[in-house]
Design a protein around this ligand. Sequence first.
Ligand code: MV4
Length: 504
Amino acid sequence: MRKINKILVANRGEIAIRIMRTCREMNIATVAVFSDADRTSMHVRYADEAYYVGPAPSKDSYLKADKIIEVALQSKADAIHPGYGFLSENAGFAKLCKDNGIIFIGPSPEVIEKMGDKIQARKAMIAAGVPVVPGTTEAIQSEEEAIETIRSIGLPVMIKASAGGGGKGMRLVEKEENIISGVRAARSEALAAFGDDAVYIEKYVTSPHHIEFQILGDQHGDAVHLFERECSIQRRHQKMVEETPSVLMTEELRFQMGKHAVDAAKAVNYVGAGTIEFLVDNDLNYYFLEMNTRLQVEHPITERVTGIDLVKKQIDVAEGQHLNLIQSELEQKGHAIECRIYAEDSDNNFMPSPGKIHTITQPLGLGVRTDGYVYEGYEIPIHYDPMISKLIVWAQTREEAIQRMRRALYEYKITGIRTSLKFLERIMDTPDFVSGNYDTNFIEKNRSTLMATDDCEQECQDMVIISTYFDFINRKNKVIPSKELNPAKNRWKKYTYQKNFDRL
Ligand code: MV4
């Protein structure tokens, strides 16, 4: 047991603020790190202290492991929370924390490394009795071996990079004559992206659902699952909408998959919050796909239906506390949906749309949560993820949750940049979404209706832009320029802020 009194959050944007909010509730002091592009970012203002770590490109700042460790030591942080992305699934960084006496809020370097290697992960899951997609358990050694193996598995297959994940270094092969070119393409993509050309082969699952289970493990060998999240609404491996419970799920299937998710966690002595991703086919066969050893973007829907603060649990178990959760006592109450709001132009091939936020009106009211970080006058940097906010709604039933999401999307107004808000409204209006009859082909299948922008919608949008622009002009003299909001008089710029942090 080691009490955590101060946490360095090695991230930016909405997730950095999300983590610091829980820290504040736990009387834990927070340390922010920021790049040149983030001097005026909200996470810097929210934190008790903030330190500059380098130029705008991630590789020169948020990925600088040595620099971040140096700041943690200097600020006397007990622990580092990596958030998602950046250093969150970097085994070397987790090890570096450990070697410097800093608690890494996440699983051990060994587990991160093992699960990052998809061939090793498959082997570990087979050993734990968790169903995996039929395929190879070793890296493919030659093109001849690939042909032979694929003949025995049967086409179509997926050729996947062992160092990959999330869709990178992946090739679908449907015809025998495309095997060799598929292997070569997957290998060269993997080598370029990960410096490792090991590939393996899986049977292709047609029109699958992407359903993941949230798991939590502690240092005493205990692990539970917090049910599923249906994440099939994706575009180019970018999730757009997630919901829980999944419409596809039966009590029996949930019980079986949940049990396998816990088996997976226990097999690797998992500590912290993690996700077991499954592919589920239309006959409800399910297969382990990947394990994510981090807190995920979509974690709030699980928090909403279970009532559990996942970041608090991460911190508790990182200190060595018991999970204090009993599987049979956990329940999913009601229905939660998350929409991701991206700074991109959905009607123009999803082009990124960085720039200055002129006005923003966020939805509020019963059952609504927004996790974001942008404010009026803020300029979204081009260097990072285009996701600017997550809108999470809860209601007692799925139908009410969809209506509430429609209402919240209607209230959400952002001007100055293009966003995915209108596209999300159209998803909520799509019959296949409303009926729950959708899989990973949803966006492709409904492309024509999702893309259609009728004149009325355009006129309404123009109206909003015109009225909010006048409002902006009206108020802009009262708006304090952001550079004056962040002067040296801010307490963390002058000295290290110390408080009596008695843990609750
Ligand atoms: C698959 C698959 C079908 N069969 N593997 C995409 C991301 C990466 N994590 C794995 N992915 C897939 N692996 C087999 N054997 C289909 C996908 C896939 C997918 C998976 C989840 C959500 C959306 C997807 C979109 C296209 C392909």
